[in-house]
Structure formats: C-alpha cells, structure tokens
Design a protein around this ligand. Structure first.
Ligand code: FAD
Ligand code: A2P
Length: 276
C-alpha cells in the first residue's frame, strides 16, 4: 500500500523558488540581516550574489541582486540588507520574520571570487556600507586563509553604528576556537580589521581611498608598502567609490582581473544608483 508521504511540520511552499526565513537581526534603523533555508542543490563560491525577492501586488516577483553573506559551507544562507524607505523591495523586506518565505533564484554569479585573483601574500577587502556582505562570506571561508597569509578588511561607513554588523562578525571569527586551532593563536594577525567612519568621531576615521593613498592604514597596521607582486584586493561599494578605489590601486601598479583573467584586483557594485 503506497501512502503519500506528508510532513505536517514542513511549511507549505506557496512561491516558486521559496525559501523560509529562519532568523532576522536589526542592526540600525536602516540595516538588518537575515538567514533563510538553503536549497539543497545550491552550490556557490563565497563572494557571489543571487537574485532574491518577494511577490509584488500584481503577482509579479520584485527581485533584486543580493550578495550571499554566509560562507559556502554553511547550511543556511545569510543576507545583509539596507532599508530604502520607498524601495520597491526593501520597504517590504524589512518586515520579514522567521517562518516567512522569500523568493531565491538559485543562480549565483559574481566577480568577487578567489578564483578571479592571482596568488599573493595579502588580500585586501575594501567596502563601504552593505558592500561588506560578500566579504562577510569570504572572511568566513577557510579557503581565503589557505590562499593568503593575511586578510585586511577595510570597511567605511558614515557612522559607528553602521559598522556594527562587520565588527561583530570579525570579533566572532577571532573568538572562534576552530580557527585558532587551524591557524594558530595568532589568527587575529591573519585577519586584520580597519573600520573607519567619515561623519562621526571614532578612533579610526577617513575614506578608504585617502587611508590607502596616504599610507595611513599601512602605518597603523604595521604593513609594508603596497606591492603589486604580493597584494591583492576586492572592491565593493557605490559606483563612485569603486571608480576612485580602482584609480588608487592602479596607481600602485595593480590591474583589474576577472573570472576568465585573474589579476591583482576585482570590483563589484554594492548597489546601482547614487545611494540613499
Ligand atoms: P531599489 O529601487 O533597488 O533602490 C533604490 C535606490 O536605493 C537605489 O537607486 C540606490 O540609490 C539606493 N540603494 C539601493 N541599495 C542600496 C544599498 N545596498 N546601499 C546604499 N544605497 C542603496 N543591497 C543590499 O542591501 N545588500 C546586498 O548584499 C546587496 N547586494 C547587491 C549586489 C549587487 C551585484 C547589486 C547590483 C546590488 C546589490 N544590492 C544589495 C542592492 C539591491 O539589489 C537593491 O537595490 C536594494 O535591496 C534596494 O532594493 P529596493 O527595491 O528597496 O530599492
Ligand atoms: P563620506 O562621508 O566622506 O562621503 P554613502 O553612504 O554616501 O554611500 O557612503 C558610504 C561611505 O563611503 C561614507 O563613509 C563615504 O564617505 C564613503 N564614500 C562615498 N563615496 C566615496 C568615494 N568616492 N571614495 C571613497 N569613499 C567614499
């Protein structure tokens, strides 16, 4: 006798490509992170992005690009999101809660992947705002530390509270006993963190472009001059930020690469538009 297999606890999937929200954390009035179930078949490289969304009023999905903030070994997916007050997606996405469903198109793509860079000694992650999301993935991927001796996370926001998500993530990594076991007690010297603000007084201040070009970040962290033979970088911020950082890196003799042509640095937009 063939009885249909049912599971009363499983949420009913009403959306195509539906995934279930498992956790939501509010960081500021305009920043939150959330976790969703991971489709069993979804493989991605840390640093890539997918399209996620919610059904619109006319039944047509409202989909937007989102970097996957969790590493590729995690059995859930994490995202870190802005809230744009009148934004078609985030004006609604900000209200999701555990048990709700979102749409997730399982086709990861992107340039911020380790394979798009040449081997080297130091890997710089350069981000503003939600641009830290792909690096939240890469900082949690052991492959990053297998390929590079040192990782330097530079994150700049206008205010201190906007840095909290990244600060807590770095702290958790440094406190992780497994990472210390894998990489020694000095894991904190393998993952350097340089958070700065530009519109609120904090211990470290200034734009990433200025702190790189002036050498301030090198002096503060005790690092040697940027060397195109040893230093690699990934950039993720507004279009204006990306253009300006790219010029600074090119000034150091570094060149932009791609999946098909690994070089010294890669760039991806954190969002399209002027920013909010
Ligand atoms: P939209 O109509 O999409 O945006 C309205 C305006 O808000 C934009 O024109 C822009 O000026 C501003 N804006 C949008 N997103 C941001 C942002 N993240 N930071 C500052 N200003 C913004 N957003 C995330 O929050 N987290 C991510 O991980 C993320 N990854 C992305 C990856 C890629 C490759 C791209 C292209 C975009 C990414 N975005 C990310 C932006 C995202 O796709 C949406 O634009 C955002 O969720 C807002 O959607 P919306 O429909 O509410 O407003
Ligand atoms: P600033 O406050 O000096 O403009 P935004 O919220 O406008 O997207 O900016 C996020 C952070 O990125 C801010 O700290 C901002 O500094 C910085 N920023 C914006 N544009 C650039 C740029 N072209 N080069 C370097 N940093 C930038």
């Amino acid at each position: 006798l063939d009885l249909p297999v049912t599971n009363a606890d499983a949420p009913t999937k009403t959306l195509p490509d539906a995934q279930t929200v498992t956790a939501v954390t509010k960081w500021t009035d305009s920043l939150f992170s959330f976790r969703v179930t991971r489709p069993a078949s979804l493989r991605f490289r840390s640093g890539e992005f997918v399209m996620i969304g919610l059904p619109g009023d006319n039944g047509k999905p409202i989909l937007r690009a989102y970097s996957i903030a969790s590493p590729n070994w995690d059995d859930e997916l994490e995202f870190y999101s802005i809230i744009v007050p009148d934004g078609p997606l985030t004006s609604r996405l900000q209200h999701i809660k555990p048990g709700d469903q979102i749409i997730l198109r399982p086709k990861p793509v992107g340039t911020l992947v380790l394979d798009a860079l040449l081997p080297g000694k130091r890997l710089w992650f350069l981000a503003t705002g939600t641009g830290i999301a792909p690096f939240a993935s890469l900082m949690r991927d052991p492959e990053t530390y297998e390929r590079y001796e040192q990782v330097i996370m530079m994150h700049t926001c206008r205010t201190a509270e906007e840095l909290t998500y990244g600060a807590q993530l770095v702290q958790n990594l440094r406190d992780d006993p497994l990472l210390s076991e894998l990489y020694g007690e000095d894991f904190a010297s393998r993952l350097l963190y340089y958070p700065t603000t530009t519109r609120e007084e904090t211990p470290l201040m200034g734009r990433i472009t200025d702190n790189l070009a002036s050498g301030k970040v090198l002096a503060d962290l005790g690092l040697p001059p940027i060397d195109p033979a040893q230093d690699r970088a990934m950039i993720c911020g507004s279009l204006a930020f990306n253009v300006d950082v790219k010029a600074v890196l090119e000034g150091f003799g570094m060149n932009e690469g791609a999946n098909s042509d690994p070089r010294e640095f890669v760039v991806e937009k954190a969002f399209v538009g002027e920013g909010v």
